[in-house]
Design a protein around this ligand. Structure first.
Ligand SMILES: *Cc1c(COP(=O)(O)O)cnc(C)c1O
Length: 412
C-alpha cells in the first residue's frame, strides 16, 4: 500500500466491540480480568492501551518499521532510547541539534556517567575522530536544527561497528520525505508534536525500529520510566497523521516559494533551505530525501534588533517555539529554541543573533509571502540597504479562488 493509504488505514480497523469506524478513546487506566492473569492482552494503561496501540500500528506503517512505541513527548522517547545505554558509554551527537536534546545529554545524562561528544556529523573525518572504544551510539538529526545541514545517514551508518546503534531524529522530514531505517539506522525517533500531529494541539513522541530485541527493551523502558502517551493524545496524533501526505506536499510547496522569495532580496544575507540549488548539500538532500519539508532558516542583514522586529511584525507567522503545524511560525533560535546553548557555542554553530527560523505552514503561499514582505520592508532602515530588490510587484496568485466560487462574501 502507498504511504497515503497506510496513513489512513493502518491500525484503523473498526472497533471490535462496537463497530465504531474510528478508533475510540479508551479512557481507562486498568482492565478487568476474567480470572487472575486471564485478560485480553491489556492489564494497565502505562504498559498498553488500545487507542495508543492503534496509533503505534499506524506510525510503524508510515515509517515502514516492524515496531513503534509511542511516548508522551519526543523527549520522552529520547530519554527511553538513551536508557538502552549504560554509565560509562559514549555517544557521538550531532552538534546542531534540537536544544532539548543538547540539554538532555549535557545537563542530565552526563551526571549519570553517560559521555557525549558533539560533532559536526556532516564531517565524516570529525565523526571518525570522535569515536572512542566505549562509543555505543551515534545520534543524528537531519536536516540539522536550525542550520539545516544534511547528515549523510548511510555514510554515518557505514562507520558503525558491532554493538553500536545509529539513532536518527526524523522529526523535520517525517517518514513522508525520509526513511532512515532503510539507510541503515537502527532506531528512528520523532517528536509527534510537530508534523506528525500537525496541528500544534498535542505533545507526543515515538520511537521506531525493525529490531525485535531493541523494541522489547524500549517497551520495558516505557513501562519503567513512565513517559506514556495518554489515549486522548494518541487519538489527536492519529487523526493528524492521517493527513500527513497531503500536508507535507503543501508544506514543501509553500516553503520552496518562500525560500525563493527570500533568496531574491538584498536585505537578506543568507537563506538556508535544502530545496534551494544554492544549499551547499542540495545534491545529498536530493539523494537522501524525497522532499525538502517546510523549515527555512534565514539570516537577515542588519543587527539583532531587526530580526527581533521582523519576528514581532509578522501577522500570519506567529512568533512561537515549535514547528510542523498547519499554521506558520517564526522563531528567533538564539533567544528561544536554542537559548539553553551557551552563546559562544551557538555562534560557533552559526546560530547568530540575526538568524530566524520559519516553519512554513499550509496557508496560501501568496499570503505568507506578503506577510514576510511587509515585515521586512518595514524594517529596511535597520538593514543598511537602500532597495528591497525582490523584483517589485506581487506575482499573480495561482491559488486564488475567484470570488464567485466562494461560498461567502467576495474576497476583495
Ligand atoms: C520538538 C523536537 C524534539 C522534542 O520533542 P517534544 O515533543 O517537544 O518533547 C526533538 N527533536 C526535534 C527535532 C524537535 O523538533
Amino acid at each position: 500500500m502507498d504511504f497515503a493509504t497506510r496513513a489512513i488505514h493502518a491500525g484503523q480497523e473498526a472497533d471490535p466491540a462496537t463497530g465504531a469506524t474510528i478508533v475510540p478513546i479508551y479512557a481507562t487506566s486498568t482492565y478487568t480480568q476474567a480470572a487472575v492473569g486471564e485478560h485480553k492482552g491489556y492489564d494497565y494503561s502505562r504498559v498498553a492501551n488500545p487507542t495508543r496501540n492503534a496509533l503505534e500500528t499506524q506510525l510503524a506503517a508510515l515509517e515502514d518499521a516492524r515496531h513503534c512505541i509511542a511516548f508522551a513527548s519526543g523527549l520522552g522517547a529520547e530519554n527511553a532510547i538513551t536508557g538502552l545505554l549504560n554509565a560509562g558509554d559514549h555517544v557521538v551527537v550531532s552538534d546542531d541539534t534540537y536544544g532539548g536534546t543538547y540539554r538532555l545529554f549535557t545537563r542530565v545524562l552526563e551526571r549519570f556517567g553517560l559521555q557525549s561528544t558533539f560533532v559536526d556529523l556532516t564531517d565524516l573525518a570529525a565523526v571518525r575522530a570522535a569515536v572512542r572504544p566505549n562509543t555505543k551510539m551515534f545520534w543524528i538529526e537531519t536536516p540539522t536544527n536550525p542550520m539545516l545541514r544534511i547528515v549523510d545517514i548511510a555514510a554515518v551508518a557505514a562507520l558503525k561497528t558491532a554493538g553500536q546503534l545509529v539513532v536518527v531524529d526524523n522529526t523535520f522530514c517525517t517518514p513522508y520525505f525520509q526513511s532512515p531505517l532503510a539507510l541503515g539506522a537502527d532506531v528512528v525517533i520523532h517528536s509527534a508534536t510537530k508534523y506528525i500531529g500537525g496541528h500544534s494541539d498535542v505533545i507526543g513522541g515515538a520511537a521506531m525500529t525493525d529490531d525485535d530485541a531493541i523494541a522489547e527493551n524500549v517497551r520495558f523502558l516505557l513501562k519503567t520510566l513512565g513517559a506514556n502517551l495518554s489515549p486522548f493524545d494518541a487519538f489527536l496524533i492519529s487523526r493528524g497523521a492521517k493527513t500527513l501526505a497531503v500536508r507535507m506536499r503543501e508544506h514543501e510547496r509553500n516553503a520552496l516559494a518562500v525560500a525563493h522569495f527570500l533568496a531574491e532580496r538584498d536585505d537578506v544575507a543568507q537563506v538556508l533551505y535544502p530545496g534551494l540549488a544554492s544549499h551547499p548539500q542540495h545534491e545529498l538532500a536530493r539523494k537522501q530525501m524525497r522532499g525538502f519539508s517546510g523549515i527555512i532558516s534565514v539570516t537577515l542583514r542588519g543587527p539583532e534588533s531587526r530580526a527581533l522586529e521582523v519576528a514581532k511584525r509578522t501577522k500570519l507567522f506567529s512568533l512561537a517555539e515549535s514547528l510542523g503545524g498547519v499554521e506558520s511560525l517564526i522563531n528567533h533560535p538564539a533567544r528561544m529554541t536554542h537559548g539553553s546553548i551557551p552563546k559562544d557555542e551557538r555562534e560557533r554553530r552559526g546560530i547568530t543573533d540575526g538568524l530566524l527560523r520559519l516553519s512554513v505552514g499550509i496557508e496560501s503561499a501568496h499570503d505568507l509571502i506578503a506577510d514576510l514582505r511587509q515585515a521586512l520592508d518595514a524594517t529596511l532602515a535597520l538593514a543598511g540597504v537602500s532597495a528591497r530588490g525582490d523584483g517589485g510587484d506581487d506575482p499573480p496568485n495561482p491559488d486564488r479562488i475567484p470570488a464567485t466560487q466562494n461560498d461567502g462574501a467576495p474576497t476583495s
